[in-house]
Design a protein. Structure first.
Ligand code: HEC
Length: 169
């Protein structure tokens, strides 16, 4: 038992991310926690009529983490996918919703990783991303985002990704 505990300790503290299941699981857990908090502040913003999302405060963890949203059909051109996100986004677009991964983790170098979770179109999203928009909504969107391509979505469709990039502690 003692040997097993020591062994587990070694596995858990080893830093071979990508080759080490233990640290990969931990990275996924941490990333998921942060993304869930971001989803919550996204929901709150939506409830007050805004489609905004920001990274939650990270507290004592002091990790170098960035969080954002991207899509294959962008409204705001500043939400372009980062290079490491591009092939993942393309893969999601090619894959039917039912078969899409709930999340994906990629190793970007020592202590550096990327993580994504998909976003799907819910009923509330259709007001601003659906096929038929109220004229005043359409007008406002065209004014603010002249090159908008984020309309015409249907309920349940893949809308884009929440991404997280961590450069470690
Ligand atoms: C009140 C209108 C409104 C609603 C409702 C809304 N959005 Fe948006 N959405 C916008 C606007 C405006 C932007 C551009 C925001 C920005 O500048 O980043 C945007 C941007 C996004 C982006 C970032 C990528 C891009 O196209 O720029 C995603 C992803 C997104 N919305 C998904 C959703 C989802 C999923 C829902 C429903 C859960 C939703 N939106 C509901 C108006 C809306």
């Amino acid at each position: 038992m003692k040997t097993l505990l020591i062994l587990l300790g070694v596995v858990a503290s080893s830093n071979l991310f990508g080759e080490n299941l233990e640290s990969e699981t931990k990275a996924i857990e941490r990333a998921h926690e942060t993304v869930s908090a971001s989803r919550n502040n996204f929901k709150k913003a939506l409830a007050s009529g805004e489609c905004k999302m920001s990274a939650p405060p990270l507290g004592a963890k002091n990790e170098n983490i960035e969080v954002g949203r991207t899509s294959h059909k962008l409204r705001n051109q500043t939400n372009q996918p980062r290079d490491w996100v591009k092939p993942i986004l393309e893969e999601y677009v090619r894959t039917p919703v039912a078969k899409q991964n709930k999340h994906k983790l990629v190793n970007l170098g020592p202590g550096h990783y990327g993580y994504v979770e998909p976003l799907y179109v819910e009923a509330v999203c259709l007001n601003c991303h659906g096929a038929t928009l109220k004229p005043e909504v359409r007008k406002e969107i065209t004014k603010l985002y002249p090159s908008d391509s984020a309309t015409g979505f249907k309920l349940g469709e893949f809308r884009g990704l929440i991404w997280l990039e961590s450069k470690g502690r």
